[in-house]
Design a protein around this ligand. Structure first.
Ligand code: ATP
Length: 367
């Protein structure tokens, strides 16, 4: 399977710059996800790779084939890429087998070979035996597999998936996610996946590109993105995060605005105002009488509310004039609690003006 190389890609709709000079290379066999909030340009990037949109500038190559460059534009049918949309786009009046036969007919594959390829594709997606059903006789999950089989039936060089699981209910989506990951690994097919669901991106991807307003803010493994977010915006968008403002008071020292207390941070903080980001699960609520680990920052907070979410208890806590969130397996905490947080878990960013809405939820000022 070839690599995908996108260089200096820009796309303008009228005077709206939707993609701003983005470059990335997807390795052979890699599961690469474009993640970001609605409108950041994920689908447009995928559509440019597919040939459904013509970039304003830049080049796109798959293996040794250049699809887009100055003076070159290969139309979608010349690219041999498999695409699955959120809506599945199955033909309702055709059986599963005839849906799969369409791309083969277009490629003038002979009848006997068509039958073999269709059976093989349905087998790959676990739907052997359903070839005579019509789409309305299938569940949502089965329709999604048919759409995938139709994209795989002509052995595309790259698979392009635009939110293919978002029409499934939560439980089915989890199952489909695990199944899709297994299938992609087995086939070893280079895959570009679009989603705004950060959990899905973390679970499926070899690497993730986090997009914001037409830029790629960070490209990295799920661990890089979650544990070492490049900006406060990435920290806010991928996973939950508490954001506390403060000011640098010395090397590796920040005084928090919400309590006036000084904490130790992992790096030398930039001078002036900073934002400290802490994941809720990195705030350890200490049992009464238990000392904090050596070197940890200790914060005193007051329990406001708790929610039981099955695997853990989530607590809203008042820290000075802020509300923060922490999680633990311990139920029923009330009143004052002592929190420990390692300096390494205090991610440090230059003070930002507005954080995205997702972040705002955890930067609440206490009433
Ligand atoms: N054909 C078009 N004409 C004009 N503007 C467009 C067109 N297609 C997309 N846009 C605009 O480009 C921007 C990026 O859209 P795009 O669909 O790529 O975002 P996205 O990140 O995939 O969002 P979503 O998750 O909501 O699908 C949006 O502001 C959208 O309104």
């Amino acid at each position: 399977m070839p690599e995908v190389k996108v260089t200096h890609l820009s796309k303008q709709f009228g005077d709206n710059a939707v993609l701003r000079d983005i470059s990335f290379t997807i390795a052979d066999g890699e599961f690469f996800t474009l993640l970001g909030p609605s409108g950041c340009g994920k689908s447009t990037t995928l559509a440019c790779i597919a040939g459904l949109e013509r970039p304003t500038r830049g080049s796109i190559a798959v293996g040794s084939s250049t699809f887009v460059d100055t003076g070159t534009f290969v139309p979608p049918e010349g690219r041999n890429l498999g695409m699955v949309f959120q809506s599945y786009a199955l033909w309702p009046h055709m059986t599963v087998a005839r849906n799969l036969a369409m791309p083969l007919k277009i490629r003038k594959v002979d009848r006997r070979e068509q039958d073999r390829l269709i059976a093989d594709a349905l087998d790959k997606v676990g739907l052997a035996g359903l070839s005579d059903r019509f789409p309305h006789q299938l569940s949502g999950g089965q329709q999604q597999r048919v759409a995938l089989a139709r994209a795989l039936v002509y052995s595309p060089s790259v698979l392009l998936l635009d939110e293919p699981l978002s029409n499934l209910d939560a439980k089915l989506r989890d199952q489909a996610r695990a199944w899709l990951k297994r299938l992609q690994t087995e086939l070893g097919i280079t895959t570009v996946y679009v989603t705004h669901d950060q959990e899905e991106a973390l679970a499926l991807s070899d690497r993730i590109a986090v997009m914001s307003r037409g830029d790629m803010v960070q490209i990295g493994t799920p661990q890089d993105i979650y544990e070492r977010p490049a900006t406060a915006e990435v920290a806010a968008f991928v996973g939950r995060c508490n954001f506390l403002t403060g000011a640098t008071t010395g090397p590796r020292e920040v005084r928090l605005d919400c309590t006036g207390q000084t904490i130790t941070v992992p790096d030398t903080a930039p001078g002036g105002p900073v934002t400290v980001a802490i994941r809720p699960e990195r705030l350890e609520i200490l049992p009464p009488g238990r000392a904090a680990p050596a070197g940890a920052n200790v914060l005193t907070a007051e329990v406001l509310t708790s929610s039981y979410v099955g695997s853990r208890h989530e607590y809203d806590l008042r820290l000075g004039d802020h509300v923060i969130q922490a999680e633990t397996s311990r139920p029923g905490l009330t009143g004052e609690v002592v929190l420990a947080v390692e300096p390494a878990a205090c991610l440090l960013y230059p003070a930002t003006g507005a954080l995205p809405e997702d972040a705002a939820a955890l930067v609440t000022t206490a009433q």
